[in-house]
Design a protein around this ligand. Structure first.
Ligand SMILES: Cc1cc2nc3c(=O)[nH]c(=O)nc-3n(C[C@H](O)[C@H](O)[C@H](O)COP(=O)(O)OP(=O)(O)OC[C@H]3O[C@@H](n4cnc5c(N)ncnc54)[C@H](O)[C@@H]3O)c2cc1C
Length: 407
């Protein structure tokens, strides 16, 4: 048997690195290792479609902690090491290079793998996903030869990448299969606002379109749509979501749905195996108790903290309020709560002034806010969501009334 760790963490992203940090912060003195398949120390993923891609932030500035931190905290970094199998009975994992490691507790924090297109040309050169540093470094190295880019997928990552490309002076076409961008995560007011803003920045947003294939020989040169038309492109970026990275856990017998299912302490159905972050499906009170997978830094960090505290014996059930942000052009969107399932919206402020909020209600109670350049609403609105308050709609809509006065 190979090396034994009291806690072995699989995946060195936001959730995995935070689990190690929180274990030490909460007094855990046993051995800890992070086995991560990327060659880098843990780094922040959000800048990959924002400042890092734009060339405004160097890689060292997006490291979650400097190298010395991990050595000082005695967290062993097994970088470039992929876990291929888990044996829950033997409390061991197999690495791709043939080594076996044993553990006391395993924290699975493997995130997700970008969904690929299945059409012809999906694997051509110059077709990119945006998930890790390697993806973005490759995109950046091609930029000097790119005049025209096509982005497939109008979620946050696609829109952020489109904003960077537009700012860099590239001609950008963004294709979305549904009838509006951000359809899965935001209400229609937000979608229409972002569509208009991108168009004002020169991005050609096309909704309700189906991709037939990616064309090109040595590399991608265009995207053909189902209606037979073709859009020329020197680069294609695909942002159509992720599939949770849970195969070894599934093979080991864990209960899997949309991700690996965990309880309120982030425990999987397998003994001494936790799962946290993008790969973990949990019952979320802010989604009305539905089992969801939340893809955000907040969720990764807070679930990692829950698992770490459970291991040291100071557990609190996971009940953190979801929050998220997205930066595009001069727009900072901040979201709190989960808007899916809302039955009413209230617009607060003036979109034309580029500072406003959309408040989502369900049965009259506030379930979420999307705040665009409206940080006060975001900060003060949190409590409305936590307490599920039902303020008068006219007062919610009146931007001259601070939200804290409605508490
Ligand atoms: C481009 C981009 C922009 C984003 N912007 C925002 C934002 O603005 N705000 C926000 O809140 N969230 C944002 N997110 C989402 C956020 O980054 C994720 O929710 C977060 O990274 C999830 O953390 P995680 O640790 O679960 O997964 P990850 O950070 O993906 O880490 C998982 C790690 O595990 C590794 N791994 C996978 N399988 C194995 C294996 N078998 N063995 C070993 N290692 C493995 C992966 O390579 C990866 O390094 C963004 C994500 C991306 C990609």
């Amino acid at each position: 048997m190979g090396t034994h760790y009291d806690v072995l963490i699989v995946g060195g992203g936001h959730a995995g690195s935070t689990a190690a940090i929180m274990l030490r912060q909460n007094g855990f003195e046993g051995s800890i290792a992070i086995a991560g398949d990327e060659p880098e120390l843990p780094y922040e993923r959000p800048p990959l479609s924002k400042e890092y891609f734009a060339g405004e932030k160097e890689f060292e500035r997006i490291l979650i902690r400097p190298e010395a931190f991990w050595a000082e905290r005695n967290v062993e970094m097994l970088l470039g090491r992929r876990v291929t199998a888990v044996d829950a009975g033997a409390r061991s994992v197999a690495l791709e290079d043939g080594e076996t490691l044993t553990y006391g507790k395993l924290i699975w924090a493997a995130g997700g793998t970008p969904r690929r297109l299945v059409c012809a040309g999906h694997d051509l050169a110059r077709v990119h996903a945006v998930r890790n540093r390697v993806d973005v470094d490759r995109m950046m190295s091609e930029l000097p030869e790119v005049a025209r880019a096509v982005v497939i997928g109008g979620g946050y990552i696609g829109l952020e990448a489109a904003a960077v490309l537009a700012k860099l002076g590239k001609q950008v076409v963004l294709l979305e299969a549904l009838d509006r961008v951000l359809a899965r995560v935001a209400g229609e007011d937000i979608s229409r606002f972002y569509e208009a803003d991108h168009r004002a920045h020169g991005v050609d947003i096309r909704t309700g379109v189906a991709v037939d294939c990616i064309t090109g020989e040595a590399h991608a040169t265009g995207v053909r749509l189902a209606d037979g038309s073709e859009i020329a492109a020197d680069m294609v970026i695909v942002g159509v979501g992720i599939a949770p990275a849970v195969e070894p856990l599934a093979a080991a017998g864990a209960v899997i749905g949309n991700g690996v299912e965990v309880d309120e302490y982030c425990r999987t159905s397998l003994p001494d195996i936790y799962a946290v972050g993008d790969c973990a499906a949990h019952e979320n009170r802010f989604a009305g108790g539905a089992r969801v997978r939340v893809e955000s830094v907040q969720n990764a960090n807070d679930q990692a903290t829950t698992a770490a505290k459970h291991i040291v014996g100071t557990a609190e059930p996971y009940a953190a309020i979801p929050w998220f942000w997205s930066n595009q052009y001069d727009l900072r969107l901040q979201t709190v709560g989960i808007s899916a399932g809302h039955d009413e919206t209230v617009l607060r402020g003036d979109p034309a002034a580029r500072s406003f909020s959309v408040i989502y209600l369900k049965n009259g109670a506030v379930v979420a806010l999307d705040c665009v350049n409206a940080v006060k609403d975001y900060v003060q609105g949190r409590k409305l969501v936590v307490e599920r308050m039902s303020p008068e709609k006219a007062r919610l809509a009146d931007a001259s009334v601070p939200l804290k006065e409605l508490l």
